[in-house]
Design a protein around this ligand. Structure first.
Ligand SMILES: NC(=O)c1ccc[n+]([C@@H]2O[C@H](COP(=O)([O-])OP(=O)(O)OC[C@H]3O[C@@H](n4cnc5c(N)ncnc54)[C@H](O)[C@@H]3O)[C@@H](O)[C@H]2O)c1
Length: 332
């Protein structure tokens, strides 16, 4: 394959990021872009000098010569587009979460196996140097093990209301938490075994959500791993406009603490106040992710994060929702 020809489905925030990063890959070319919003499709076509713009994914997938498809649309439609692309023999990079339902995700994994195509999931944080450094630090035992990883944040109802909806995006438990469920697997080098969660829907009566069915938007999720480590996520996407909490993210161990600042910095404190700072860790994770996917196709190598990884994260999200409903700890 001399020139890797790519079709990008979705010309919103992430579709635009994909198109831009694909243009940086040597001997790759975005030949088609598609969005049901015609203006967005045309704007991206013009911005990135793409041959053709479509508003129907089926027509876009019929564009001649496609090798790979980037899917960057809401989670509820990941399956229909990804499966159609795989059935035509195209390699697929699909944004996270893999899907909003178990059946959709499973159908995508099956289609990739049956069609023998590469199927990568957009767990971009695997390509963030900060996450790679965290893994290295935790694995080196710098703060001892097991560790307890905490993230706490609260922001207002998301302007993209579809993300808050039970069927379209799955709210923060499916849309955002999956990044953490995946990166914890990488950092701990272990698999999740039990999940407990409690949550409420602060936006339930918000006029903003009048046309949607909001999923639980405010939650604390505890994920226990086989290694004995614990991940704790306390998130809200349900605050009123203009209201937000601070962010606390750190990793606690028997020998110290690692503070996670933004995407850029890690501060390690060990006994008696010894401090070590690592910064400039905010690498262009999307550029690396797309370059790695192109390499996996060209060199027939495994993808960094695939459908099975997407299903493990989705399994944890679904277990968290079940735990909220039943009040019980859920074994995976
Ligand atoms: N990896 C990350 O860091 C990251 C960050 C943000 C979003 N995402 C994910 O990317 C995906 C897209 O999110 P976004 O922020 O770009 O949303 P967005 O709302 O900015 O864009 C989505 C676009 O998809 C289009 N669309 C919807 N259905 C379509 C269809 N059937 N065919 C073609 N186009 C369709 C919409 O018109 C819209 O332009 C989601 O799965 C989201 O979770 C990932």
């Amino acid at each position: 394959m001399e020139q890797l020809k790519v079709c990008v489905i979705g010309a919103g925030d992430l579709g635009t990021v994909h198109a831009e990063q694909w243009q940086k890959v040597p001997a790759a070319q975005v030949v088609a872009i598609c969005d049901i919003d015609k203006e967005r499709a045309l704007a991206a076509q013009e911005k990135f000098g793409i041959d053709a713009a479509y508003t129907d994914y089926r027509e876009a997938l019929n564009h001649p010569g496609i090798d790979a498809v980037s899917v960057a649309i809401p989670g509820s439609v990941h399956r229909i587009v990804s499966e159609a692309a795989m059935r035509r023999g195209y390699h697929v990079l699909c944004e996270k979460p893999i899907a909003v339902t178990w059946e959709d995700g499973q159908a995508m994994v099956t289609a990739a196996q049956e069609c023998g195509v590469k199927f990568a999931l957009g767990f971009c944080k695997r390509f963030l140097e900060q996450v790679q450094k965290l893994r290295e630090l935790v694995q080196s035992g710098i703060i001892g093990r097991p560790v307890f990883y905490r993230h706490i944040s609260g922001i207002s109802v998301r302007p993209k209301l579809w993300i808050m909806d039970k069927e379209m995006g799955g709210g923060p438990i499916i849309d955002m938490a999956c990044h953490y469920f995946d990166q914890w697997r990488v950092i701990f080098d272990s698999e999740p075994v039990r999940v407990k969660a409690s949550g409420v829907t602060l936006s339930a009566d918000s006029s903003l959500m009048a046309d949607y069915d909001p999923q639980v938007d405010t939650v604390t999720i505890l994920v226990e791993f086989a290694s004995g480590e614990v991940g704790s996520l306390s998130l809200s996407w349900g605050l009123p406009p203009g209201v937000s909490s601070g962010v606390l993210e750190d990793v606690l161990g028997p020998g110290g603490l690692i503070t996670v600042r933004g995407f850029d910095e890690l501060v390690v404190q060990t006994e008696d106040g010894a401090t070590k700072v690592f910064n400039n860790l905010d690498t262009n994770m999307y550029e690396r992710e797309i370059a790695a996917f192109a390499e996996a196709i060209r060199e027939d190598k495994p993808v960094a994060a695939g459908g099975e990884d997407g299903m493990i994260a989705l399994q944890v999200s679904i277990a968290a929702l079940r735990s909220i409903e039943t009040g019980q700890m859920v074994a995976l």
